[in-house]
Design a protein around this ligand. Structure first.
Ligand SMILES: *Cc1c(COP(=O)(O)O)cnc(C)c1O
Length: 453
């Protein structure tokens, strides 16, 4: 007989995990029991594979990692708590204090904050370039550059990256090319087919697809040879004191992803952005319908972009599928299966018309997220990009009149109907065939001068 306290912890045999659940179970545990002293030592020394502690891995997470690696054609993946953590860890594994990164100016706002503010605090220098200007990428590279970074599809304006063009520049300089493939997902674009070396994801968006869980993924595409210039990459090519002075590049190389072994045992371990097993499970279920959702959402987005492009209250649609888009050619080359369900458009009536339009929408949730099953709307200049000045907005390719949409899975006719109804409330382009402009409410204190509510 054991005492009460011992009993409350130890009583009841742990049921063996049944070998045949049809859906990947949630392994909700922080730690794992080692079968012996020797097993514990060998697992810590990376001499034997095994679960150690859920900050660096969990069986549910491991299925998610293998699944995204397979979808992307990579050698291995690492799952972390958010897309933001994935970007940070992927880049910190390549560049440290005193080193340098070249990145696209058209990045997600959170990533720009990370690169230009927090990385500056860390002593990592970042040069931002216009992603479409290949000469600017070339010129920005220095002897201490350790990575090039860009998004395959950028938001809010659905920019399309010349992945191969930038990859070739990175490789000529002997540095890896890391892409954020969040908006495209492997259903639209597989970065490995165009020369990228590492792909990162906010799984919070399309991979999960339900907006219910945060998560981030780093995929090693297994293409970059860190052994070619060992002096540049001491983290992979010199003895690694954390695990018995093994040289990660010799032990794991490209196929065993020395890059992710380092990212996991040092950065995920030290900084601690672990993905919860519950979130890993939700993201796995989401991925099971990825291609169906992406096909529906991109087709709806193209239909909506066309409808907006013809509407007199809209002055410009930022989607590669509309006539005259500067990204049409790159979209044909890189996105034959459809180009982005996230895009934006400009209200002809200018920024004053935005609040009325946005608040009139019924089938679009006003939210900062993208890639959800429900359609979403946001006004970047007053929210996600509110710290940018007019000049920075212009450099980023949009203005205070720009409204961003993330198209969900609803009936496309309902979405177009909703947008058309809300657009009827704002003035259109001036011209003989423009519809009569509805008055815009003029704020007087808390009240407005219009009658309708
Ligand atoms: C949302 C997003 C991120 C950050 O991901 P979180 O999961 O929100 O941390 C990074 N990159 C892109 C392109 C994103 O859309």
């Amino acid at each position: 007989m054991t005492g009460f306290a011992t009993t409350q912890i130890r009583a009841g045999a742990r049921p063996p995990v049944p070998p045949n659940p049809a859906v990947v179970p949630i392994y909700q545990t922080a730690a794992y029991e080692f079968e012996s002293w020797e097993a514990a030592r060998d697992i810590f020394a990376l001499r034997r594979q095994g679960n150690l502690y859920s900050r660096t891995g969990n069986p549910t997470q491991s299925v998610l990692e293998q699944r995204i690696a397979a979808l992307d054609g990579g050698v291995a993946a690492l799952a972390v708590a958010s897309g933001q953590a994935a970007v940070a860890i992927a880049l910190l594994a390549l560049a440290k204090s005193g080193e340098h990164i070249v990145a696209a100016r058209q990045l997600y706002g959170g990533t720009l904050d990370l690169l230009t503010d927090t990385f500056a605090d860390f002593g990592i220098e970042v040069t931002l370039v216009d992603q479409g200007d290949l000469d600017a990428w070339r010129r920005a590279i220095r002897p201490r550059t350790r990575a090039l970074f860009a998004e395959t599809i950028g938001n809010p304006t659905a920019t399309v990256l010349d992945v191969r063009g930038v990859a070739d520049i990175a490789h000529a300089a002997g540095v890896p090319f890391v892409v954020d493939n969040t908006v495209a997902t492997p259903a639209l674009l597989r970065p490995v087919e165009h020369g990228a070396d590492v792909a990162v994801y906010s799984a919070t968006k399309y991979l999960g697809g339900h907006g219910g869980s945060l998560g981030g993924l780093i995929v090693d595409l297994g293409t970059f040879d860190f052994g070619a210039a060992p002096g540049r990459w001491p983290q992979f090519t010199e003895p690694y004191p954390r695990v018995g002075d093994v040289v990660l590049w010799e032990r794991f190389g490209r196929d065993g992803s020395a890059f992710l072994v380092y990212a996991k045992t040092k950065l995920a371990h030290d900084l601690g952005p672990a993905l919860s097993p519950f979130n890993a499970h939700q993201l796995l279920l989401g991925i099971e319908t990825l291609d169906l959702r992406i096909a529906r959402q991109t087709a709806s987005a193209e239909a909506i972009a066309r409808a907006l492009d013809e509407h007199p209250a809209v002055s410009r649609v930022h989607h590669p599928s509309v006539a005259g888009s500067p990204h049409a050619e790159l979209a044909r080359r890189y996105l034959p299966r459809g180009a982005s369900a996230v895009f934006s458009f400009d209200l002809a009536a200018g920024p004053e018309a935005v609040p009325r339009f946005v608040d009139a929408l019924e089938h679009f949730t006003l939210a900062a997220n993208i890639g959800d099953a429900r359609s979403l709307v946001i006004h970047p200049a007053s929210t996600t990009h509110s710290h940018l000045r007019d000049g920075d907005l212009a450099l980023a390719g949009f203005s205070r009149s720009t409204v961003r949409l993330s198209i969900g899975l609803e009936d496309v006719a309902d979405l177009i109907g909703d947008l058309t109804r809300a657009l009827a409330l704002v003035p259109g382009r001036a011209g003989p065939d423009a519809p009569p402009a509805a008055p815009i409410p003029v704020a007087v204190g808390a009240a407005t001068t219009t009658e309708e509510h």
